[in-house]
Design a protein around this ligand. Structure first.
Ligand code: HEM
Length: 640
């Protein structure tokens, strides 16, 4: 039933596909197999199967009871099947309650919030609009280690940098699958992002990781700069009077970059802005809205079945279109010869460890979907928050502008068309890099961070925190990077802090737990290694510093860290440098100032903004058309 059927059609990209799709009342973009797959992997699967199990248990119990008193049910097969089922279910229930009790007892001594209602526990944290900020508040209140419970999941939240680093780098704990499994039906199956750290994950990661090498980043830069210049032209044509949803524009740019870099395919996300009603634009919009739709389905149960509602039907279409795009890309890379060493090429050549043969279409599909899912929103929203932060700090903008001017990259009256950014420039723009790092500190896209669990073994952290198997260990990125006990001026946007080498590492003298907790860590020795600090090519150095505990995890840490981080870093520096060399960005009035922006902040699997971020792009060198335009009478870009 879960088997994925690839439908045949020529989609908006003109890709030919093998068979005809089975259509459904939702229109041509949703096929029946997707609906079945999503329903079968329902987000409440654990509740659903739990409920089925409870009903089955009581039915079996009833049969058993009746069998003992009535000959109608007294058939020996009924009796034995019912007895075995009841015995097994009772055993499982006892194990389950004993495990839950053990975990509760082990965490008894830790501080933590008391839930209002016993059954859901601290569910409010998960369903809140800004769980990343909520977690940060709780960490400020309860300290670097606190506990909480959601339903029967007992969790310990760690914001101490040493323990957090230890957890993320540990090979003894793995991702909590439940946190990710609800994504699988939308992405077409388990993939690099959502899967366990097993043989399959290792094989795929090893195969595709070289596509993000430094050599390939040079190729990626050409795409990034070209796309950003196209974006800059679009902004310039609109003029500074118009307010643009820069979030939407940057997401489109990321989509285009990933399409070209990974699959040598034009996604036309920026180009289609000029043809808002074309299929291509609808596809781009669907790809951008897919994350929101997935979150909505996670939070609002009825989004799954209230198909008489227009918004719910539109949601199905969004997901359907998203999958069609991925199908199109899969057909494209199979039909063409992808560029050697690119993500597509390496994915096609990856071997399935189970069969020793190339990955099947069913295995490649989710990897392609995951690349867009993991790469577009994260990079796009970071760019948006970076432009916002700069717009709120004129002194920061001044320094960025001075740096761009120093390297001949700034548009001025004397030099209205500065030279195009080249790869060696990236390493020289140290202040801009610091601005991006500070943005990633204050607005880490994966702000909620990581949840790890040891499914089979008890583990002990720092020789004192005993965690029975099954206890969730939560390492929240936003909280670690924003609590007052980890950072001086924690709530200030201060790029300057990144000009000091080694800022990402924990400050040994100011660790938040009592000294005895750290006695097994050779912190001083670990921190004596020199660091290149802000250099973009500091990966090698970071490897040398691999033992140093960190307090900065925007790309996670350890084996499950972001595989695409080199692309993200190059993309952010190049995009920001190119845009800022031509424009100064001002927050549009309709955003309601920084308070309004904060109110719009939402966690939709990444930190984003409800309704986007509207800004004016004021050219540094006024062109004939924009000269003398007043920014008080504004129009906004409804199309994006
Ligand atoms: C600012 C940009 C980005 C940030 C902050 C970021 C952050 C992260 C984080 C924190 C994780 C771990 C997620 C988790 O385990 O829950 C992750 C994983 C991942 N990221 Fe990124 N990411 C960014 C950009 C990208 C890009 C551009 C790509 C690819 C085009 C990408 C692809 C992936 C993939 C495939 C994984 C799963 C890796 C694995 O588990 O092996 N990311 N990213």
């Amino acid at each position: 039933m879960l088997c994925h059927v690839f439908p045949a059609r020529t989609n908006a990209y003109g890709f030919k596909e093998p068979q005809k799709p089975r259509q459904f009342p939702f229109g041509k973009h949703v096929c029946l197999s997707d609906v079945v797959q999503q329903l079968a992997w329902h987000k409440y699967d654990f509740m659903f199967f739990g409920a089925v199990l409870i009903v089955a248990f009581f039915s079996a119990l009833t049969c058993l009871t009746r069998a003992t008193i009535s000959s109608k049910y007294g058939h020996p097969v009924t009796v034995s099947v019912s007895s075995v089922f009841v015995a097994l279910a009772t055993y499982a229930a006892i194990r389950f309650f004993a495990g839950t009790r053990r975990r509760a007892k082990a965490l008894e001594h830790l501080p933590g919030p008391t839930p209002k209602y016993w059954l859901p526990g601290f569910m409010g944290l998960i369903v809140s609009r800004q769980p990343h900020r909520y977690a940060t508040k709780l960490a400020e209140k309860f300290g670097p280690i606190f506990k909480f419970r959601v339903l029967w999941y007992h969790a310990v939240c760690i914001t101490d940098p040493v323990l957090a680093t230890h957890v993320l780098r540990s090979k003894h704990v793995d991702k909590l699958r439940f946190k990710y499994s609800f994504l699988d039906p939308f992405l077409g199956g388990t993939n690099l992002l959502t899967g366990h750290t097993d043989e399959h994950w290792k094989a795929v990661r090893k195969a595709v990781a070289p596509s993000f090498s430094a050599g390939n980043m040079k190729l990626a830069l050409a795409h990034i700069v070209e796309r950003t210049l196209a974006l800059a032209d679009y902004l310039e044509e609109g003029g500074s009077v118009k307010s643009f949803n820069v979030d939407n524009l940057l997401l489109r740019e990321s989509m285009d970059v990933i399409g070209r870099f990974g699959f040598q395919k034009d996604m036309n996300a920026l180009k289609s802005l000029r043809t808002p009603h074309a299929e291509e634009n609808m596809d781009a919009v669907s790809l951008l809205n897919a994350t929101q739709e997935i979150v909505d389905r996670f939070k609002i149960v009825w989004r799954w079945w209230r198909v008489w509602r227009e918004d719910v039907r539109a949601g199905w279409v969004t997901i359907g279109r998203f999958k069609n795009i991925v199908r199109g890309l899969l057909s494209h890379i199979k039909a063409t010869q992808p560029q050697r060493g690119s993500f597509a090429d390496l994915l096609l050549r990856a071997k399935d460890p189970k069969t020793g043969r190339r990955l099947s279409d069913r295995k490649m599909f989710p990897e392609i979907a995951a690349l867009f899912f993991a790469g577009v929103d994260t990079t796009g929203h970071t760019g948006t928050f970076c432009l916002f932060a700069i717009s709120q700090h004129p002194e920061v903008e001044e320094k960025v502008v001075a740096e761009l001017a120093e390297h001949g990259l700034l548009a001025t009256k004397d030099n209205p068309n500065p030279r195009t950014l080249a790869y060696p420039d990236l390493g020289k723009l140290t202040y801009l890099q610091a601005v991006i790092k500070e943005t990633l500190r204050m607005y880490p896209p994966v702000g909620i961070g990581q949840v790890r669990v040891s499914a089979s073994h008890d583990i002990t952290l720092a020789d004192r925190l005993h965690l029975p198997a099954g206890t969730c260990i939560w390492v929240p990125h936003h909280a670690i990077q924003n609590v007052s006990f980890n950072w001086a001026d924690h709530d200030k946007f201060k790029p300057e802090r990144w000009l000091t080498p080694g800022t990402e590492y924990a400050v040994t003298e100011k660790l938040p737990l009592p000294k005895e907790w750290y006695k097994n860590w050779d912190l001083d020795k670990a921190s004596s290694a020199p660091s290149t600090g802000t250099n973009i090519d500091s990966d090698e150095q970071e490897e040398n510093d691999s033992r140093r505990p960190k307090r900065y995890f925007p790309f996670a840490e350890g084996p499950r860290s972001c595989v695409g981080q080199s692309l993200a870093k190059v993309s952010l520096v190049a995009t920001m440098a190119t845009l800022l060399s031509r424009f100064s960005f001002k927050l549009a009035d309709e955003m309601g100032g920084p308070e309004g922006v904060l109110k719009r902040e939402r966690y939709t699997l990444v930190i984003g903004l409800k309704g986007g971020m509207y800004m004016h792009a004021v050219p540094r060198v006024p062109t004939a058309g924009t000269d003398g335009q007043e920014s008080s009478t504004t129009t906004s870009d409804e199309d994006c």
